[in-house]
Ligand binder design. Structure first.
Ligand SMILES: [Zn+2]
Length: 292
């Protein structure tokens, strides 16, 4: 079962957020028919978006990540909320690339590193917070470490890993960790965390070998004595509805709607996040047109 844990390390010197998300990434793979490299690319982005969702203060808030790296797989968009429910899509979900010389999936080339990434935090009562920075490698974890440091002034260690079956492409395991210093954190503790980067990057493998997230964290971070403060159950789920898709139709404009009524006699539109199709007949479209 997928799980997200948040807590502190080294006697409140650091905070951590960690996720085990095999099921949510597999659900995304099935929903969008993702290739292996796109499973890793979108999977990593879903994991970090879910982690950022769990950090939100109110249950009306949401966080949206938009990655425009100019890679072959196109743009990625993911959204999450306080309960860590996440949804997302990648523009060219079926694109596949040769493995890199080290045998890993070439996520960097799929996502690209020439463009920008943007994070939008929508707060119900306040102005949205928008942060943006250049992409670094398209490998996602590195890009987010850079984003947190540059755009949010929070130096962060970020690890994201998705393991897929070489033949079937199904998700074997998916895990992520973000570690950030709390006020007053001593340099030697940060050095200590940096020294175990390699252990941290064994998380997805450990989860695939059957360890629970808590077991893996307790082992990887044992010298920092992890204390878990909160637990959530992340999942891949879309919250679309007919009303939401009506707003999409309205946003296309009067002329486009008129065209759909006259030329097509109706419209079928699919939700980008979950591919659910919604059909609007001539009469429904005409009513929308009247409402505008
Ligand atoms: Zn949907």
């Amino acid at each position: 079962m997928d799980i997200l844990l948040r807590g502190t390390l080294a006697n409140n010197s650091l905070r951590f957020m960690a996720i085990s998300g095999r099921e949510l990434v597999e659900k995304a793979r099935e929903t969008h028919g993702l290739s292996r490299v796109c499973t890793a690319a979108l999977g990593r982005t879903l994991l970090i978006t879910s982690i950022m969702g769990a950090e939100l203060k109110s249950d009306d808030d949401k966080v949206t990540v938009i990655i425009k790296g100019e890679g072959l797989a196109g743009n990625l968009v993911c959204t999450s909320n306080q309960s860590a429910t996440v949804k997302g899509y990648i523009e060219n979900p079926s694109i596949e690339l040769p493995l890199m010389p080290n045998g890993k999936l070439d996520v960097g080339s799929a996502v690209g590193w020439l463009g920008k990434m943007t994070v939008i935090r929508d707060h119900s009562l306040k102005e949205p917070y928008v942060g943006s920075c250049d992409m670094v490698s398209g490998e996602i974890a590195e890009d987010f470490a850079h984003y947190f440091t540059i755009s949010e002034q929070t130096p962060s260690l970020v690890y994201l890993g998705v393991r897929v079956d070489a033949t079937s492409g199904s998700v074997l395991s998916a895990g992520g960790i973000v570690i950030q210093p709390l006020p007053g954190c001593d340099d030697y503790i940060i050095d200590g965390i940096e020294a175990i980067t390699e252990d941290i990057s064994s998380l997805a493998k450990r989860l695939g070998d059957g360890e629970t997230l808590e077991q893996a964290l307790n082992d990887i971070l044992k010298e920092f004595e992890p204390v878990v403060l909160s637990t959530s159950s992340p999942e891949f789920k879309c919250d679309c509805s007919r009303e939401r898709l009506e707003r999409v139709l309205i946003s296309l404009g009067r002329e486009e709607l008129q065209d759909m009524i006259e030329k097509d006699g109706g419209a079928e539109i699919a939700c980008q996040f979950c591919n659910t199709k919604y059909y609007f007949d001539k009469e429904q479209l005409t009513n929308l047109l009247k409402e505008m």
